[in-house]
Design a binder for this molecule. Structure first.
Ligand SMILES: Cc1ncc(COP(=O)(O)O)c(C=O)c1O
Length: 396
């Protein structure tokens, strides 16, 4: 426990954590079960190209999402690219800027133009009321992002897509274990994408999936992710190689087994952070609407610098010095990143104000409640000693 500002590692004190505490340490589940699955794959000699573990993983993800189809991929970014190719998108694609760069990069990489829309400050998801102003005769699609597993404005976006005959996709990279009311994320729009990156609530090392109820689209996406090969082993068109391997699926199945425990741990950490930080000047945990299920994978504290006396980045710097690798998901947001800021500068005031405040704290089953309590205590300590810390930072 820090007793004085001198005890903070940034000012020469001992680090609070010997080992770096990260935001999303992988939730890998039962290691023995993983090795068992890996042995199966090695014994079968079938390491990729639609092996039994990938098939099982696809069936379980489709079941989880409540969709008829799931196409597992080697990562979420490629899944978005495959979706865009399979739908034949052209021209401009409207999306939020408060997301990971991959949402835009996937489109830009295919020669499409991401058009960024401002956000709803309650959720941080795209503001549907501003979408229509951005539609032009070059617009082919809307991509909603379920930021931190909160449903984007699904019904409003569906309506706009229908009126303007646009494709609607959702980037559900954070969507596993989350819902829109009673219905799991994954079954909305023409298709949705999940990410199983190591930092996600379910991991396949690297991986992703496309989920959809659209039979024709599912088939096209499956062909696209496998070089364009069709059923008769002739290529139907030029595709790519976006397939998931059996080793990844073995990890995914094992990580998925652990999902209920992962969510329970995340939720407990969230409550702990909220109990310690809500009510301190200028701090507020981002609240998840209880009407929808959330995986609590993102424990986001919002910092109001004027009230708190310290900027989000000052708190981040203090935490990092003490070996807490807190993150700024997502800041800078995408319209502030290259190539977008140079190619197509836009003004998104609500996005700027929102993203400037966010600080994501460590969670997951490998973080103990004692560790989460210590992180919360560090943040609280910083806020309590804001004037002195500010003074010291100014003289460095
Ligand atoms: C919102 C969002 N979209 C897309 C991606 C890209 O997914 P992947 O890392 O699996 O390519 C990520 C995360 O990594 C993400 O957070």
């Amino acid at each position: 426990m820090k007793k004085s500002v001198d005890d903070l590692a940034l000012f020469g004190g001992p680090m609070a954590f010997e080992k770096t505490l990260v935001v999303g340490k992988p939730s890998t589940g039962d290691r023995a079960k993983f090795y068992e699955r890996l042995e199966l794959a090695l014994d079968s000699g079938r390491l990729t190209s639609g092996g039994p573990l990938v098939k099982e993983f696809e069936a379980r993800i489709a079941d989880h999402a409540g969709t008829r189809h799931c196409v597992a991929t080697c990562n979420g970014t490629i899944a978005l690219e495959v979706m865009a190719r399979a739908a034949g998108l052209t021209g401009e694609v409207i999306m939020p800027s408060m997301t990971y760069v991959a949402t835009a990069h996937a489109m830009r990489y295919l020669g499409l133009t991401p058009v960024f829309c401002d956000l709803d400050p309650t959720t941080g998801c795209i503001d549907p009321e501003q979408v229509e102003n951005l539609i032009t005769d070059r617009t082919s699609a809307l991509v909603g992002v379920h930021l931190w597993g909160q449903p984007a404005a699904i019904q409003e976006l569906e309506k706009i897509a229908e009126v303007h005959s646009l494709t609607l996709f959702f980037d559900a990279a954070h969507g596993i274990g989350c819902s829109f009311g009673p219905k799991p994320l994954g079954g909305f729009g023409q298709a949705e994408m999940f990410s199983f990156h190591a930092a996600k609530v379910v991991t396949t090392f690297e991986g992703g999936a496309i989920v959809t109820d659209d039979d024709e689209f599912a088939q096209r996406a499956r062909y696209t992710h496998n070089f364009g090969w069709g059923e008769e082993h002739v290529t139907e068109f030029a595709g790519t190689n976006a397939k998931m391997s059996e080793a990844s699926a073995a990890m995914g199945l094992t990580s998925l087994d652990a999902l209920p425990a992962t969510i329970a741990a995340n939720r407990a950490h969230y409550e702990l952070y909220a109990g310690a930080l809500d009510g301190l000047p200028g701090l507020e945990m981002h609240r998840y609407d209880e009407e929808h299920r959330n995986s609590y994978q993102y424990n986001v504290v919002k910092v109001d610098e004027a009230e708190c006396g310290l900027s989000r980045d000052a708190i981040l710097g203090l935490l990092r010095a003490d070996n807490v690798l807190a993150q700024r998901y997502f800041s800078p947001c995408v319209h502030e990143c290259e190539p977008y800021r140079t190619e197509r500068p836009v003004s998104l005031p609500a996005t700027d104000a929102f993203s400037r405040r966010v600080l994501t704290l460590p969670t997951g089953p490998s973080v103990t409640s004692e560790q989460a309590a210590e992180v919360a205590a560090l943040v609280a300590f910083a806020v309590e000693h804001a004037p002195e810390i500010r003074r010291r930072l100014a003289t460095r």
